[in-house]
Design a binder for this molecule. Structure first.
Ligand code: PGA
Length: 250
């Protein structure tokens, strides 16, 4: 069901003591009830984070996952392993996974299948590079990422999917898509979903915006009709800033 969501992608930041510190600071904040809040610490801290947040509504997500169930995949972590430490949400397709670790749409489609088979919720990320936007190809690129990465799923499975539009040129750069640019793309995504699936799917899915969301710009971005929240990188590492972003929905 469509809802307001703010998710913090901690990336490769925070050891275990910093994780406890950040979560303790977050638990002291006054957070609005209208928003589902998710945090994604590194693998090593997922179990501890989950336990630290048991008395809250905040969910813990993994930042990645392997598509196979078990086996000789040195350095990888499976869906069942995540679930065994209480993690029910996984971020897939982040632009850093695509660009630095070579994750393709086809690989992501396999990861999507595995996550759904394991009844996990997916935060599926996609977004164009600066060169795509300059060339005016951003809608085509986004459509293709969705087409090849996630449009093969069954209609019912959309209940377990959150989309996150993250223009690569806005991630960690201080450069933000304008609220109108975000709205334009989110509207395009919803239209594409109703064309490929139906209006139930397009109206029920939550579509987050990501890329340099800060306390100072969150309200304007989240105020747009088709923007249901944000996937936050840098600003999620500071409890006060992250809370201000969440409370931008108030
Ligand atoms: P940023 O990162 O907020 O630091 O730009 C967003 C993301 O990578 O999800």
């Amino acid at each position: 069901m469509r809802r307001n969501i703010v998710a913090g992608n901690w990336k490769m930041n925070c050891d275990i003591s910093q994780t406890y510190q950040l979560l303790d600071a977050l638990k002291e904040q006054d957070i609005t009830d209208d928003v589902s809040v998710i945090v994604a610490p590194p693998f090593t801290n997922l179990q501890s984070a989950n336990q630290a947040l048991l008395d809250t509504e905040i969910l813990v997500a993994a930042q990645n996952m392997h598509q196979e169930a078990t086996g000789a995949y040195t350095g990888e972590v499976s869906a069942a392993m995540l679930k065994s430490v209480g993690v029910e949400v996984v971020i897939l397709g982040h632009s850093e996974r695509r660009a630095i670790f070579g994750e393709t749409n086809a690989l992501l489609a396999a990861k999507v299948n595995t996550a759904l088979e394991n009844e996990m919720t997916i935060i599926f990320c996609f977004g164009e590079e600066l060169s795509d936007r300059k060339a005016g190809n951003h809608f085509d690129v986004v459509r293709q990422q969705l087409q090849e990465g996630i449009f093969h799923i069954e209609k019912e499975n959309w209940n377990n999917v959150i989309l996150a539009y993250e223009p690569v040129w806005a991630i960690g750069t201080g450069e933000t898509a304008t609220p109108d640019q975000a709205q334009e793309m989110h509207h395009f995504i919803r239209n594409t979903l109703s064309e490929v699936f139906d209006t139930d799917v397009s109206q029920d899915v939550s579509i987050l915006y990501g890329g340099s969301v800060k306390p100072g710009n969150a309200k304007e971005i989240f105020g747009k009709e088709d923007v249901d929240g944000g996937l936050i990188g840098g600003a999620a590492l500071n409890a006060t800033d992250f809370t201000a972003i969440i409370n931008a929905f108030e």
